[in-house]
Write a protein that binds this ligand. Structure first.
Ligand code: PMV
Length: 308
């Protein structure tokens, strides 16, 4: 039957602040997940009977976009799960795409919309950053307003996000995975509580929003020094919002010698950090020596696609 693949992502700027309606910038990375659909006697994943709880995203994707006869979905993933690199979005996007392709046509915007609904249902609350980046690929700027490079708009309740295409120059990033799995929901709730009670925290969220837009300009100019400085500032603000972790801090510290800048990426509380560098091998060794798992990634990669 059909097979599709989709990339993971890293958030370059704006995580958490995006939940408060601020902009965010995410880049697709060259770690992909593929999903292959075949006819089967029962609904199954990788040959095992599907369990709604265990296969939450795939099962919700089936509810969202299938409705045909029982199928088996074989997944193949290059993305460590729980690392903050968008594995749940990539699995959702590749499954939805395979189902739509099987039913007729793979349209990227439709894949992005349906995949957002799946993530939102499974997680209770989500922004469409991960799913739209995995679907579109390259770079995606999420913003409350419509700007240049507009792709599509997604609305949920009283929230509206505008997705924009961002071209990504060749840049070298190394991810440092702490190996610590931290659930996104409680971290988002923690920041919400802080921002509602502290004007200082609200100011920090506002500043992150500005950093994102300055970051988009620096990315256009391939200004690595400026990008690095903005990453460092964004990281300090995320620490101030309480989503840092000592393991992330040691990886960020260890990166300093070989990078333009470094920050946690995604929800924080563990997960991963990213650093921008011209010396990926030395940086990877420093991350490893500090106890992290280095992952060299290319950014600005292709979004969802059909596979042979
Ligand atoms: O957990 P991740 O890597 O998907 O990142 C979550 C990003 C947040 O801004 C914290 C939440 C969101 O839904 O945008």
């Amino acid at each position: 039957m059909t097979k599709c693949s989709a990339p993971g992502k890293m958030i370059l700027f704006g995580e958490h602040a995006v939940v408060f309606g601020k902009p965010a910038l995410a880049l697709a990375i060259d770690l992909r997940i593929s999903a292959e659909m075949t006819r089967s006697a029962q609904y199954s994943v990788n040959g095992h009977a599907m369990k709604k709880k265990h296969h939450a995203y795939i099962s919700a994707a089936l509810d969202q976009a299938w409705g045909g006869p029982p199928i088996n979905i074989d997944t193949d993933s290059m993305i460590p799960s729980g690392s903050g690199l968008g594995s749940s979005a990539a699995v959702t996007v590749s499954c939805i795409a395979a189902m739509l392709l099987q039913k007729g046509k793979l349209e990227v915007e439709e894949v992005a919309r349906r995949s957002f609904e799946v993530e939102n249902k499974v997680q209770g609350r989500a922004s469409p950053t991960d799913t739209s980046t995995s679907a579109h690929g390259q770079g995606v700027l999420v913003s409350p307003e419509k700007l240049d490079g507009f792709l599509w708009r997604i609305e949920k309740g009283d929230r509206t996000w505008h997705m924009h295409h961002c071209s990504v120059p060749t840049l070298r990033f190394v991810v440092g995975y702490t190996g610590i799995h931290a659930a996104t929901g409680p971290l988002v709730a923690k920041v919400k509580k802080l921002v509602e009670s502290s004007p200082e925290a609200k100011g920090q969220v506002d500043r992150i929003g500005e950093i994102v837009l300055e970051g988009v300009e620096a990315l256009r100019r391939t200004d690595k020094k400026k990008l690095g400085a903005l990453m460092n500032e964004n990281h300090a603000l995320l620490n101030a919002l309480g989503v840092g972790h000592p393991a992330l801090e040691s990886l960020v510290e260890a990166s300093k010698e070989f990078s333009y800048g470094a920050k946690l990426t995604g929800a924080g509380g563990g997960g991963s950090m990213i650093a921008l560098t011209d010396e990926p091998k030395k940086l990877a060794a420093a991350i490893r020596a500090a106890g992290g798992e280095p992952i060299m990634v290319e950014v600005g990669c292709e979004g969802v696609r059909a596979e042979q």
